[in-house]
Design a binder for this molecule. Structure first.
Ligand SMILES: [Ca+2]
Length: 513
């Protein structure tokens, strides 16, 4: 049996069948995934335990004599088309550093995040499990913090000798008992807060923003926050390059408030005089995000650790309508379970681990990041609380084009839900009388609801969702985890119920601000 074969077979019935038609209308440059000979280094990595007694270091070679560094870069509310690697990006979008990372690594054109707002998706990414298993369905639940018994990323990597640092937005607890340090990070520069933070007030002058913290202590800093986050990540990499490290760099760009240095706004305004003002500011914010990613990659190269660093880049949820993001060609925005709310740019690079320069259309998820990192770090995944994702290394090394085939989204009682199985996706929205069914292979923009003509498929996907939600925990803030027997509710609700729903919706939006 080949190394890793057993784990793959365990998931076989949940895989996307071969030969399914690829999505149309969202084509990216670069060749599609194709099966390539597995990099011998990766074979060695996957078989590391077996090789341990035969001189592992000499087998792996200098670049991989130690487990790779892991860098997860998260942007915030960035549009699917607000990366110029997307060939359908608007002309004003220019992200040369993100594009370079995508070209050096692999771009997943169907990369999902596990929710449509900031906080829940962070809970999912860092625990490697659907956040609903921890009772997190809403931004309010994630924002107030999960139980400390929920093990997150750095604690998994610690036994393998990693030093971990978090930079930027946390949004998984508003007090220090829930801080990154309390949850296993060795270093932390950033803010607890809610969804956003002022980009220029880093001295804590505005109580609503909360302070910037270094480790456990509030500090008074200055500068432009996106730049400062990159500064701190760069300094950490320079300090830690001799030992394996994990960086979680969670830029709050390009989340509200709409703030960027005046000279950048003016430059883009002159370049695109007809562009709406909100979009001009967003492009200036995006420029700094892109520069920050570029500086991190450049630092990894300068310090000689680029070849052996596993880098992920993605966005925490779809582009925000309020910030004038562009999700072309996808439908919808942040706070929706249409593709525009949950599908994001998704890049993975590891020059010493697999061949870059490819776009892979197989659907993947942010839940796959932790299992991928653990496999690369040669850490055995937990068996008592299994992770929901699966390592991407078999896909990335070209050993397969099959992966997890079913993905779930749920906002609990206060919102909608969705499920994707193969190329079919069912979207149930609060306030609507029927679920909508889409064939994403033929209709990636979700323009044609096929629910009426495909009742068996609706029933099949509904049953999948019902079985999944049954396994999830009750919401942290109480109430039902189910939206209701049918997705409507609206027409039959009493005035009181409608008022309560409105209040909940407002609270939800406020929690995101
Ligand atoms: Ca967000």
């Amino acid at each position: 049996m080949e190394c890793g074969e057993r784990g793959r077979n365990l998931h076989a019935k949940n895989e996307v069948p071969r030969g399914k038609p690829r999505e149309k209308g969202a084509e990216f440059h670069g060749p599609r995934v194709h099966l390539i000979a597995m990099n011998p280094t990766l074979v060695a990595l996957r078989c590391g335990l077996l090789l341990a007694g035969f001189g592992l270091a000499s087998v792996l070679g200098a670049a991989t004599a130690r487990p790779p560094n892991v860098v997860v870069i998260l942007s915030d509310d960035q549009g699917y088309a607000d990366i110029s690697f997307n060939p359908r990006h608007p002309q004003e979008v220019a992200t040369p550093h993100l594009d370079a990372l995508a070209r050096e690594g692999v771009f997943f054109s169907q990369g999902y995040i596990t929710g449509n707002v900031c906080s829940p998706t962070r809970a999912g990414l860092l625990t490697g499990r659907y956040q609903q298993r921890a009772g997190v369905y809403t931004a309010g639940e994630g924002g107030s913090g999960m139980a400390l018994s929920e093990k997150i990323f750095p604690r998994f990597l610690k036994p393998a000798g990693y030093t971990s640092a978090a930079f930027g937005k946390w949004h998984l607890g508003v007090n220090l008992e829930q801080s990154p340090i309390a949850r296993g990070f060795d270093e932390w520069y950033g803010f607890l807060g809610r969804g956003g933070h002022d980009y220029f007030d880093l001295a804590g002058n505005d109580a609503d923003n909360g302070p910037i913290y270094r480790n456990g202590a509030p500090i008074k800093d200055q500068g432009y926050l996106t730049t400062r986050l990159a500064d701190e990540a760069v300094a950490f990499i320079r300090r830690q390059k001799a030992q394996p490290f994990f960086v979680y760099l969670a830029f709050n760009a390009v989340h509200a408030p709409a703030q960027a240095p005046a000279e950048d706004i003016e430059r883009i305004r002159r370049q695109f005089p007809d562009l709406p003002a909100a979009r001009v500011t967003l492009m200036a914010m995006l420029r700094h995000l892109d520069l920050g990613v570029g500086r991190v990659v450049e630092t990894l190269k300068q310090e000689g650790v680029w070849e052996n660093t596993l880098v992920f880049f993605l966005t925490d949820n779809g582009g925000s309508r309020a910030m004038s993001a562009d999700n072309t060609p996808l439908r919808g925005f942040k706070q929706q379970n249409y593709e525009g709310g949950i599908r994001t740019p998704f890049i993975v690079a590891w020059p010493g681990g697999f061949k870059g320069g490819r776009t892979i259309a197989t659907p993947v998820s942010s839940l796959d990041i932790l299992p991928t990192a653990l496999e690369a770090a040669r850490v055995v995944p937990p068996t008592d609380r299994p992770l929901d994702g699966r390592s991407l290394l078999p896909l990335l090394t070209g050993r397969t084009d099959r992966h997890v085939g079913t993905f779930y989204w749920s906002e609990g009682a206060s919102g909608g839900w969705a499920v994707r199985s193969g190329d079919w996706k069912l979207v149930a929205q609060r306030g609507q009388t029927k679920s909508e069914l889409f064939d994403l292979a033929r209709d990636p923009a979700e323009t044609k609801d096929l629910a009426a003509s495909e009742p068996a498929k609706v029933a099949e996907l509904t049953a999948l969702y019902d079985a999944w939600i049954e396994q999830m925990a009750d919401p942290l803030h109480g109430g039902s985890k189910r939206m209701g027997a049918s997705p409507d509710g609206g027409a039959k609700k009493s005035k009181d119920a409608k008022r309560k729903a409105r209040d909940e919706e407002r609270a939800k939006q406020k929690a995101e601000k």
